[in-house]
Design a protein. Structure first.
Length: 139
């Protein structure tokens, strides 16, 4: 699994479709075209693989420790679903904050478990909704 790194990559994926939503997360996807239209332009996604980015804005997770913990959960859970997702670029976006009254600690085990459960639900829905595309490595 490749990770999205540049602002241009994130913007391209966010401009694509929203595959699934949960109360706190949204999954955006962009199909990767096999034939680039303009060969003089450097491709954003130079490897035909599953690309993933995690977007956790300060608006919904004020503390850096919380943002980092949520990003780690996003990447860890997505590794489990990598084989079930077709080759494309994906962004998991935090779309609302977790209740600070329920999750008092910025990086509690309860917060991580709640985020993991919701991420499993998000990615399972997306894996069911998307058609399976086999890569040459699968053959």
């Amino acid at each position: 699994m490749q990770r999205l790194k540049s602002r241009r990559q994130f913007q391209a994926v966010l401009a694509g479709s929203t595959l699934s939503r949960t109360p706190h997360f949204a999954l955006h996807a962009l199909a990767l075209d096999a034939d680039p239209v303009d060969l003089t332009v450097t491709p954003m996604f130079n490897v035909p693989a599953v690309w993933l980015g995690a977007m956790v804005p300060k608006r919904w997770a004020r503390r850096a420790v919380t943002r980092n913990a949520l990003k780690r959960q996003i990447y860890a859970v997505s590794e489990l679903y990598q084989a079930q997702l077709p080759v494309a670029a994906y962004v998991v976006r935090l779309r609302s904050g977790f209740d600070r009254m329920q999750f008092v600690s910025a990086c509690s085990d309860a917060l991580k478990l709640a985020a993991r459960a919701e991420l499993h639900q998000l990615l399972a829905r997306a894996a069911r909704a998307l058609p399976q595309v086999h890569t040459p490595a699968d053959a």
